[in-house]
Write a protein that binds this ligand. Sequence first.
Ligand SMILES: O=C(O)/C=C(\CC(=O)C(=O)O)C(=O)O
Length: 293
Amino acid sequence: MTEDRILSWHSNPSKPRYTPPPGAVDAHCHVFGPMAQFPFSAKAKYLPQDAGPDKLFALRDLLGFERNVIVQASCHGTDNAATLHAIKASDGKARGVAVVDPAISEEELHAMHEGGMRGIRFNFLKRLVDDAPKDKFIEVAKRLPAGWHVVIYFEADILEELRPFMDAIPVPIVVDHMGRPDVRQGPDSPDMRAFRKLLDSRPDIWFKATCPDRLEEPNGPPWDDFARAVAPLVADYSDKVIWGTDWPHPNMQDAIPDDGAIVDMIPRIAPTPELQQRMLVTNPKLLYWPEEI
Ligand SMILES: O=C(O)/C=C(\CC(=O)C(=O)O)C(=O)O
């Protein structure tokens, strides 16, 4: 019954005016199912309609991207089969970030590396996961395959509380959606200052300059607050920023964004070709296709 399942993506996204550079990577997107093949987790907090690799790759081509980084969504729990399936179907054009049971074996991690995973995600949003055991997360972060990193998703109000945990992570960190600052407060807000302090605390913290739709929800474009708050961060930390569409926009069913409009935010947060090259090509390659550098 698809009627009870959430539809959170645009059925007819526009072609963006902005053209990404060759090799551009959409470094934050997800797949949902298809459910008949890859059932959702019993602990899933939302039940979406199918958004499989065929839809994702059609969108990639429409938007002018060449590659995807597919992040395991919470609705699939720690069963990464749907994400691994999508990576395989991409013909080398996708890599991924897994969500794992911290007790995962070295053999299973190695198999995930073979399947294209290059990191694991720790999700601290209470509305998405039941628990986030920091001690176990640190333990598994110490056992990751060489070259992997940790992706962390949290909201700005717990950044300070998470600092000792992040300090203890022995591999590079990528922060989802800049730790969800209140972009309405501008580029020099307490949230943004705290996030800059985090980035300054070690040289291997990356961030995704993503989700104008989420951070200004329920506003649609032009997302001026997002552009004003985020552009200075991209300029000042241009060697640490990556970007993604966030398709199929989990939980955004009440303010579904047009993916073309999302892509058209790129020149507003990264106005020069040099910044765009770093954010869309060089930086994501360093994290996900380092063998090509
Ligand atoms: O897609 C995102 O990055 C954000 C999400 C969903 C999510 O992270 C997940 O389901 O794992 C959100 O804020 O609901």
